[in-house]
Design a protein. Sequence first.
Length: 748
Amino acid sequence: MAEITRRHFLQAAALAAASIPLSRAIKVYAEEKKPDFVPKGSFEDTQSIAGGVCEMCFWRCQLVGKVRNGRLVKLEGNPKSIDNGKAICARGNAGIMLAYDANRLKYPMKNIGERGNPKWQRISWEEALDECGKRLKAVLDKYGPQGISMFPHGASAKYPMDFFETVVGTPNISEASFFQCRGVRDQAYLTTYGHTCDENVDMANAKVIFLTGSHLGENIHVSHTMSYLKGLENGAKLIVIDPRFSAAASKADIWIPIRPGTDTALLLAIMNHLITKGLYDKAFVQANCTGFEEFKKACSLWPAKKAAKECDVPEAQIIKIAELLAQNAPNVAIHPGRFSSWYGNDFQRIRALACLTALLGAYKVPGGFTNPISPKTGSVKWKDAAEPDEKINMAEKWPFHPPGTPTDAIRNAGITGKPYPIKATVIWGQNIVQTIPNQAMTIEFLKKQDFVLCVDVMPTDVTMYADILLPEPTYLERYDVIKKGGKLSTNGPDKQYIAARMPIITPLHDVKDSIFITNEIAKRMGFERHIPVQNQEEYVNKILEPAGLSLEKLRAENGIHIEESTKKAYRNGNELEFETPSGKIELFSKELAEKGFAGAPAYTPPPKRPAGYAHLLFGRVPVHSFTRTQNNLWLHNEMPENALWINDKMAAKMGIKDGDRVKLVNQDGLTSATDTVVLVTPGIKTDAVFLPHGYGMRNPMLEIAKDKGMDDQSLCSANCVDPQTGTHGIRANFVRLVKDGKTISFPI
Ligand SMILES: Nc1nc2c(c(=O)[nH]1)N[C@H]1C(S)=C(S)[C@@H](COP(=O)(O)OP(=O)(O)OC[C@H]3O[C@@H](n4cnc5c(=O)[nH]c(N)nc54)[C@H](O)[C@@H]3O)O[C@H]1N2
Ligand SMILES: Nc1nc2c(c(=O)[nH]1)N[C@H]1C(S)=C(S)[C@@H](COP(=O)(O)OP(=O)(O)OC[C@H]3O[C@@H](n4cnc5c(=O)[nH]c(N)nc54)[C@H](O)[C@@H]3O)O[C@H]1N2
Ligand code: SF4
Ligand SMILES: [Mo]
């Protein structure tokens, strides 16, 4: 038998195989729940419709839909795509079941019961929009624009968000992707390099890939995962820092099961070794960085020996990592991560990651951090927008905040009335009950509102708190977002592309798109003259116009326009310019220091784990996106519950067996509403448990997802707000087990 090498294994392991979770599917959902989904007709009748853009997550892979007798029967990657190509992930494939979900929101509804315990009444669009206009206007008149808040997420929320921000004039806008996800990362890179970062690491051409808490393969963004696999296939060494034996850790050359929350100390120790041993890229640092002396001093506080103790990592491993990185520099991919709102001290951790890239000269080189390539497109601006009123901006308190206002500040204002009352809230594509830490506060905030509007495609936990609930078409049934990007080439010109979302099927049910809904509300609030476009097509065409494109042209190009890039991804020479105050990469930032923060990356220990408790870790699984996919029958069948990972030695001491059912109770005495199954494994640190995020939905309208698995959010009650950015740390929570009504402590 031929020897199976790692290389062969990786070649054979397609995207799907690479992403198989270590947990197991537990039981398949009851047969009788199968929906009416039997494609009729022959393959000859199948029409192939290009131009779809996936939104089962936010990566926006380009799609082709196969439609037979008006029914969508298959989704595939658009073969023309230079991004995801023909590949889409499990969630992308299962998008069909979102369109045909029996529990979808089908018409406008009014809550005639209580918030949180709703009684729904079907109403007409006219009545629904009248009510929204009237009640939002009443709050605006009484409390001013700051009396309204908005929680948008996703493509369709952009147009209404711009309306509330620039016409209504509210500063209270909080996007999940900024304040609960990657905003802190973006701001830390902005402060260091003068630009944000996305996940622009050239893993395909890297000699070493370095991941801190990015569990690629479970976290799946197709083109990104492909670039990672390509790198591994080409022989890149992989270093994974994760308290859990993740899918990535299973492929790693070095896996560091770090003590949760101590990554900054580890990074400082790695950099200290690079500096003290002269292993860093001196020419690059000299030409492009500022503040090296102060930075060096900050790193010197963390010699490997001290960090080893703090991080629970062997000292030799820290040195080995530093040397492996130095030997392969500059072609090393220091991954900036994506979900970065960890412990409320995150800005400094990401600054440390950004500085590590600079020390290794791994900037705009093959395998390193690269320039994002993306063609220019336009934007749609509401007419005669008002100047924002700086006096009412709570965000000022966090000088490095991402765009918008920290979620926590909005929630506090809504609860306390300070510094001003917030009395109406518009929620458009966020499930804030399940995605913002401290659920009790979110619910209190929602209950204290005079008016809550939710626009969604499914009933979810937050929609239970709406007064008016409006249904949108799914991403398969509408025009909207432009997806654009680029593809690097080591030997030819870089390429860039533009795709726009075009409907694959006509909308089912009595739904209306976000342009219609927003315009109609704007009219009813007296803002008709500000309306910039009349419909979705006009909206998208305006954005395409500066690129010399239109929907018609894109359709003729099978949904994607591809051209040579005007920008180069890789640098030419060593001297670069940066849009920071100093014009250099800021290893030490004077601006940070002037505003009272550590100017060079500094480590703050995470909140201490109470004795008897374990760190509650969470993360993605390949077959779900947060809560949004939980009711999807195909995806549910793949992984009906979120098994709780517990270390085998701990489990043995606690008398817990694989397959037992447990609840969790956290440091504040909050117990999970549902239980879940236990997965006993050596693949997690003794002082931590891991729970896949998104499960444990409570809305009774979700016939598939309700009460399946356990939600992490109800256990995330610690409020750890990052001092520089105002983003929410979500990981500083600790749990004990509850089995058969008895609380069981961890013997640590
Ligand atoms: N405890 C905990 N909290 C977390 C995380 C975690 O891992 N654990 N992850 C964090 C991260 S990284 C992120 S990015 C955020 C995500 O935060 P959210 O975006 O709030 O995530 P979802 O739970 O998917 O909720 C999305 C809502 O949008 C709805 N929706 C889906 N498609 C559409 C559409 O086309 N139109 C409209 N109007 N609505 C739509 C869904 O039905 C759902 O109600 O959560 C963050 N919060
Ligand atoms: N399948 C799928 N893929 C997705 C998404 C999805 O919903 N589903 N969502 C997308 C989005 S919006 C985001 S933000 C990303 C999120 O994906 P990632 O950025 O990879 O973040 P998480 O999913 O939260 O997983 C984090 C990993 O961090 C580890 N961890 C926990 N605490 C620590 C710690 O203190 N130190 C270190 N070093 N590691 C720690 C956990 O064990 C886990 O393995 O995924 C994206 N991709
Ligand atoms: S990664 Fe998967 S879910 Fe996300 S856009 Fe691509 S196909 Fe859709
Ligand atoms: Mo995210």
